[in-house]
Design a protein around this ligand. Structure first.
Ligand SMILES: Nc1ncnc2c1ncn2[C@@H]1O[C@H](COP(=O)(O)OP(=O)(O)OP(=O)(O)O)[C@@H](O)[C@H]1O
Ligand SMILES: [Mg+2]
Length: 421
């Protein structure tokens, strides 16, 4: 699939930008702080409906914009036809809006609730269950709607129903730490990939996160003798019913990623790569789901005392991890920095293939400033894999570092101070 056109209005530092894209390779080149990552962020939002780096959606609205909204509009060509996708984030200005501050517009104490946050930090770039509401209407500003509105071919839709209409694989500098970083990053990888593939995964995940919040609050109340431990039984059933399908889907994803990840790792000169999904509760896929749910419930019972003592949910997909093995070596512990980066790259390319296999359409590949972070072998492996991908958008602050063969076949998009020539 590919973006035919992309329009940004008051999105981050873009006041108004229209891009005619189409199939092929695009290199967005510009100095630091010109808008390259902002462009990647907008494209990725078309897939996940949430920013991969903003804490709240209001950060996306251009400082001092008159309309207090940001808009991303894209015409997309997919295997099954064209699609027009529009995402509007509206937010009244806040005290941290630099331009509102400069103009002395913000005076009152806002007590601003902001956007509802994802429940787990790993949830950042996935839609929150409800994201509509009213702004606080503080100070000189009228009461403005805060939230996100999405239209597909002109018809309003819920965010959660639009995840994965466009699929995007993003590779950005933070991903280079996927192997050595905290497990939340690896869980996030699995969630973002699966949400783009399966709407039911996305819904289940969103419900699961709500149950986690409710259940941990209950555990803490029980610890303080403010609630009855028997109340846990209801939440245990909910947790088990939502956890098992998530674990099953994650296990399936990692199995599908194995061959590509291994091949890429071999191409990078390593001894191959084995991805090992490490769920906090292993589901035997040979057994009926009901059996797994019952076993999950049993395990919860055995953990009950500890859970109450600690006031946290100790079992479930939010405690999963993913290990990267080269032969017998765990790369997170013993891998060199280069080996870890190679494994992260292999995983991303495997993600691309997994999404294509499942959806029958090739995702858009967005590479934000990663080429200069990779050594020549890994750079070549990445560029080799790019050959057959229908749309690749790559950003760089060092155009000279792009291999000549790739640069010659790409369209250049010079990015400068929120404008793209
Ligand atoms: N809501 C906003 N309104 C206006 N400008 C913003 C907003 N959010 C971020 N910016 C600014 O946008 C500019 C470009 O940010 P971006 O992350 O896209 O830079 P970049 O080109 O990727 O730079 P680098 O090469 O350093 O990664 C930054 O100066 C940032 O402060
Ligand atoms: Mg950047």
């Amino acid at each position: 699939m590919y973006l035919e056109t992309l329009d940004l209005t008051d999105f981050r530092n873009y006041a108004a930008v229209h891009l005619a894209l189409g199939e092929g390779r695009f290199i967005a080149a510009g100095d630091n702080a010109q808008g390259k990552s902002n462009l990647c962020e907008a494209i990725r939002m078309l897939a996940t409906m949430r920013s991969f780096r903003a804490g709240t959606d209001r950060e996306l609205v251009r400082w001092g914009s008159a309309g207090h909204f940001a808009r991303i509009l894209a015409d997309v060509t997919r295997v099954d036809g064209p699609l027009r996708l529009e995402v509007i984030v509206s937010a009244p200005p806040t005290p941290d809006d630099p331009l509102a501050n400069a103009a002395g517009l913000w005076s009152a104490d806002p007590a601003d609730p902001g956007q509802p946050q994802g429940i787990a930090p790993t949830d950042r770039s996935l839609p929150s269950p409800s994201s509509d509401g009213e702004g606080p209407g503080v100070g000189p500003f009228p009461r403005l709607p805060t939230g996100k509105r999405i239209k597909v071919n002109g018809a309003p839709r819920r965010a959660i129903d639009c995840v994965g209409l466009v699929t995007v694989v993003l590779f950005e500098p933070a991903d280079l730490d996927l192997v050595s970083g905290p497990p939340s990053g690896r869980r996030h990888f699995m969630d973002v990939t699966l949400c783009q593939i399966s709407r039911s995964y996305c819904r289940t995940l969103s419900q699961y996160q709500r149950v986690l919040t409710q259940r941990s609050a209950l555990l803490r109340r029980i610890r303080e003798n403010q609630d009855d431990p028997r109340a846990l039984e209801y939440w245990d059933v909910q947790l088990a019913q939502l956890a098992v399908p998530l674990i099953t889907e994650r296990a399936g994803l990692i199995t599908r990623c194995l061959p590509t990840a291994d091949q890429v790792a071999l191409r990078l000169g390593g001894r191959g790569l084995r991805l090992v999904y490490q769920p906090s509760f292993a589901v035997d896929v040979e057994l009926p789901t009901a059996t797994a749910i019952a076993a999950f419930n049993e395990k919860l019972k055995s953990l009950r005392k500890r859970e109450i003592m600690q006031g946290v949910n100790l079992l479930g997909p939010h405690r999963d991890d993913l290990a990267f093995l080269e032969g017998p070596i765990n790369l997170a512990t013993y891998g060199s920095r280069g080996q870890q980066r190679g494994a992260a790259l292999a995983l991303k390319l495997a993600e691309l293939e997994a999404i294509e296999l499942e959806t029958g359409d090739q995702p858009i590949l967005v590479l934000d400033d990663v080429l200069s972070e990779l050594d020549p072998t890994r750079r070549a492996a990445l560029l080799d894999s790019i050959g057959p991908i229908s749309q690749v958008i790559l950003t760089t602050a060092e155009p000279d570092a792009i291999p000549a063969a790739f640069a010659a076949t790409a369209h250049w998009l010079p990015v400068r101070a929120g404008m793209i020539a």
